[in-house]
Ligand binder design. Structure first.
Ligand SMILES: [Zn+2]
Length: 250
């Protein structure tokens, strides 16, 4: 039976042929000895390989493949990458050093002390801040690739609600206060181990003062005058597109 092969190397790069997931009866590379072959559905399998890409194939970074593969395939690639990474890195118990063995398809248990763990997921929030009906706040981060402007984002800290996290990140990065925080959507962000949770919030008070270690620029932009914004399928872009298309809702 012909299958889609989601094959990763130890650098979390994925094997592609002509910018697509290889499709064939047998995989183009062998699974690394001692590692699992994962099945997501009847025609998708994934595993780790230490072999070099065969002629006509190439390994490319998972994050880069996001701009190449379609959304559904990339979503599967992200899931496989997390499973393959969990399989390869969680071998021994962090408490007693015992051997970790699968206790379900997505968890492992120590065969000595019984400690059980699941693949780690770090929640991250991202927020579109609007002022009135026609302005949004966009910023340029030092970590951003290219010259585009994006939204304020950050990781959830222990003991924090998502709303508290958003308020803290916005205050730290821009010095602004916000209100009316509303959930929009979420998205796995496997680069690695993240879940992006998107929100809208309304400007409340304060003058922009940027956190210089994080941002190189931050300002209000008007409808029809937006700078270069993140690519399609990112949560930032989904939030911005929703704001552009739904003026009556803000
Ligand atoms: Zn243990």
């Amino acid at each position: 039976m012909v299958k889609n092969w989601f094959i990763f190397n130890s650098k979390n790069e994925i094997l592609l042929k002509n910018n697509e997931i290889p499709v064939s009866e047998n995989p183009p590379l062998e699974c690394q000895k001692g590692n699992n072959i994962f099945e997501l559905d009847d025609n998708c399998s994934g595993f780790l390989s230490e072999e070099n890409a065969p002629q006509g194939f190439e390994f490319i970074g998972l994050r880069k493949s996001y701009d190449i593969l379609n959304k559904e395939i990339h979503y599967k690639a992200g899931k496989f990458s997390e499973l393959v990474n969990f399989d390869a890195t969680i071998r021994f118990c962090s408490i007693c050093g015992g051997k970790m063995e699968y206790s379900s398809p997505i968890s492992k248990k120590c065969n000595n002390c019984g400690k059980e763990i699941w693949p780690r997921i770090n929640p991250a929030v991202i927020v579109l801040i609007y002022k009135g009906k026609d302005e949004i706040l966009l910023s340029k981060g030092y970590g951003f690739r290219g010259t585009f402007y994006g939204l304020t984002a950050g990781f959830l800290e222990t003991g924090e609600s998502l709303e508290e996290c958003i308020k803290r990140e916005v205050k730290e990065e821009t010095n602004l206060n916000i209100k009316n925080i509303k959930y929009f959507a979420s998205q796995p962000w496997p680069y690695p181990n993240q879940e992006m949770i998107g929100f809208f919030a309304e400007y409340e008070s304060g003058e922009i003062k940027i956190q210089e270690e994080e941002l190189s620029d931050c300002k209000w932009f008007k409808r029809g005058e937006l700078p270069v914004i993140p690519t399609k399928i990112s949560m930032a872009r989904m939030l911005i597109d929703y704001w552009i298309d739904n003026r009556d809702k803000f």
